[in-house]
Design a protein around this ligand. Structure first.
Ligand code: NDP
Length: 332
């Protein structure tokens, strides 16, 4: 059983030497457990936070432990009455070929809803984050201008789709011409802005002549600084993520505008998907219904585990991923 463990806490962007490949026997499941074979491993930005020592987030991964991560897997052996060999499940089983999953917490994946990898994409944690963050905190109304950063990523692409379905004017921010083309031509965003442009505040002001009603914040840093002066009266800011800070070695600078303005009755609210468990199944059903529609986000960047031993986790912090970042660990 190949496992990738945390060898050292990364300083800045994770390096190959922060991870170690170890091999050992496949563990037997105990009563109530499942032995599963990983098919798709999801790479998500939160993993970087768990490689560090910030206790405000979830507990850090202990040195020497398997890297955490959501995965879609096939049950090989079941000692839980709800599951049988061959079932497909989704659980946080981490960076390894085989894992022990808990029958009580593993979620059965319905392959009829979409390709298996969508269970950790549009129909999994990132898609639920996009839907519930936008609906519960952003509260989009028809005609609102919604701006989304990291818009071509796993969360942003779904958030943009949901905002379009809610009747909003949607502006995405992403890096590079190909991603901008994807947003406007394939996903139907109204405008797309390159985050590397020389004049981001000017480009945003031109794209949002009536101001910004909802900002879906995935990135933090200079993008947030350009957004805040443009917030409209009563705007809502979904503070979902700050990927531009995750590799930082110093605390981020807080710009003067980077808080909601009480005079304008703006509202900024931190969002954490794990506080919304009661809404998952409803949200997943909605997203599954939309999945078949033209324009659903289908982009993904994936590698096979055998060729990329450390599984190139850093791609999302450089923007070299395009859509959902995945590792293919075994055949479907
Ligand atoms: P992805 O890995 O799909 O995409 C990340 C994208 O962020 C990159 O492709 C890049 O796109 C952009 N990016 C990376 N570094 C920077 C930078 N320094 N400045 C600006 N943009 C940058 O991410 P997800 O869609 O999975 O996650 C998006 C955000 O949502 C993350 O911050 C994540 O932590 C957060 N999140 C929060 C959750 C919650 O419960 N609150 C749950 C899930 C995710 P490009 O180059 O195109 O701009």
């Amino acid at each position: 059983n190949r496992q990738i463990v945390l060898a050292a806490r990364p300083v800045g962007a994770p390096k190959e030497t922060d991870f170690r490949l170890v091999e050992g026997p496949v563990p037997p499941p105990a009563e109530g457990e499942l032995l599963v074979r990983t098919i798709w491993l999801s790479l998500d930005p939160y993993m970087r936070l768990r490689m560090g020592t910030d206790l405000r987030y979830y507990p850090p991964i202990p040195l020497g432990d398997v890297i955490v991560g959501g995965a879609v897997s096939r049950v090989v052996e079941s000692r839980h009455p709800k599951f049988a060999p061959g079932d497909i499940v989704d659980d946080y089983t981490g960076w390894q070929d085989y894992a022990i999953a808990q029958g009580a917490s593993a979620r059965r994946v319905n392959p009829a809803l979409g390709p298996l990898s969508t269970a950790v994409g549009v129909l999994g944690m990132p898609g639920l984050t996009a839907y519930l963050g936008l609906v519960k905190v952003g509260r989009p109304a028809p005609g609102d201008t919604v701006v989304i950063s990291a818009a071509s990523g796993a969360v942003g692409a779904v958030a943009g789709q949901v905002a379009k379905i809610a009747g909003c004017r949607v502006v995405g921010i992403a890096g590079g011409a190909e991603k901008l083309r994807y947003l406007t031509q394939e996903l139907g965003f109204d405008e797309a802005i390159d985050r590397h442009t020389d004049d981001l505040p000017g480009a945003l002001a031109a794209a949002c002549p009536d101001g910004i009603d909802v900002y879906f914040e995935n990135v933090g840093g200079p993008i947030g600084d350009a957004i805040y002066p443009l917030l409209a009266h009563g705007a809502r800011v979904v503070i979902c993520g700050g990927i531009s800070h995750y590799n930082a070695t110093e605390p981020p600078k807080v710009a003067s505008h980077s808080r909601a303005d009480p005079l304008h009755r703006d509202r900024g609210e931190g969002f954490n998907i794990y506080s919304y468990g009661a809404h998952y199944e409803h949200a997943r059903k909605r997203l599954a219904r939309w999945l078949g529609k033209a324009g659903s986000p289908s982009r993904r960047t994936s590698w096979t585990a055998s060729r990329t031993r450390r599984w190139r986790f850093s791609a999302s912090s450089t923007g070299s991923n395009f859509g959902k970042l995945l590792v293919r660990v075994s055949a479907e």
